[in-house]
Design a protein around this ligand. Structure first.
Ligand code: MF3
Ligand code: CO
Ligand code: CO
Length: 293
């Protein structure tokens, strides 16, 4: 195990990748803003079946991309693999052209790659992955008019014991948050469980970035915090609801800042972060994970 690498810096972003015209684009591509979704977060059985298909494809894409995480590979190469996988399955990579907030540029790539102290929304570029890096891959598939969204953390080569522990704890935090998502409870139960678990293991759970309603819109407006937000975020979990849970746990302080590129989020203290994300649907007896391959 080599020592941990230096702090990340921005690399070169490759030209936009093409999407053949027969693949349907989400409404926001080429626009300043995504349309505000007003259709709620409880969906019909038909819509849920469509989300199931997008979510499974997103999970398959994630597995394919993650299998290529290794020392020497660039994050741009991971983007190429994810982009081509989704196109091969007639899906659109939801992040490609996703509008930024307040005049920031649209996201220029087909997945997010966030390495080490990058919390989330890292833009794939010429950065070369090194032994021991924690690489978060977040990929979303748009197919039949609906999105499925998921993320995983992979360690390149052999990781330090600390990195392995962080990744394992974050995976478990997600599992516990999902297990707490029962009908009749408020969505804030999810973050309460996640934050408590993180704290017990000596980690902070990032508050600034949240889970979200997903399906006919990439981000419906429903917010799923990963901290104890009660009495806020008291939306009642209801059968037929679809949303993501996507905790980010950090070894040090969760204080963070955005890079000048308008997307990349890094911890202020350079401490490393792991993230996992699933899209789930709520049933009478609890949450079902849709982002499984
Ligand atoms: N997939 C991310 C999420 O979990 C969103 C990425 S938006 C992007 O919500 F524009 F940064 F790609
Ligand atoms: Co998400
Ligand atoms: Co995501």
């Amino acid at each position: 195990m080599t020592s941990s690498r230096a702090l990340l810096t921005k690399g070169d972003v490759s030209p936009l990748r093409d999407v053949p015209s027969h693949i349907a684009r989400p409404e926001y591509v080429g626009k300043k803003r995504a349309k505000q979704w007003r259709g709620g977060d409880v969906h019909s059985a038909e819509t849920i079946e469509k989300i199931r298909i997008s979510a499974r494809l997103a999970a398959q894409a994630l597995a394919e991309v993650c299998s290529h995480v290794a020392p020497g590979v660039t994050t741009d190469e991971l983007d190429r693999i994810g982009h081509e996988f989704l196109l091969d399955h007639d899906a659109y990579p939801s992040t490609l052209g996703y509008p930024g907030a307040w005049g920031r540029p649209a996201f220029p790539k087909s997945l997010c790659t966030s390495v080490n102290e990058i919390v989330c929304h890292g833009i794939p570029d010429s950065t070369v992955i090194e032994e021991g890096d924690i690489v978060k891959v977040d990929i979303t598939a748009f197919l039949n008019g609906v999105h499925g969204d998921n993320c995983a953390s992979v360690i390149a080569g052999e990781g330090s014991a600390e990195a392995v522990k962080l990744v394992d704890a974050t995976r478990e935090a997600l599992a516990r948050g999902i297990a707490a998502a029962k009908p009749g409870r408020e969505v804030n139960v999810i973050g309460r469980v996640i934050e408590l678990f993180a704290t017990r293991h000596g980690y902070e759970s990032v508050a600034d970035y949240t889970g979200h309603g997903v399906g006919p819109a990439f981000h419906t407006g429903l917010v799923i915090p990963h901290y104890d937000s009660a009495p806020a975020h008291n939306d009642v979990i209801t059968p037929g609801m679809v949303f993501t849970v996507e905790p980010m746990l950090v070894m040090g302080s969760q204080e963070n800042h955005e890079w000048k590129d308008g997307w990349t989020v890094a911890t202020d203290d350079g401490s490393w972060c792991a993230q996992f994300e699933h899209t789930v649907v709520i049933h009478e007896d609890g949450a079902e994970i849709l982002t499984l391959p």
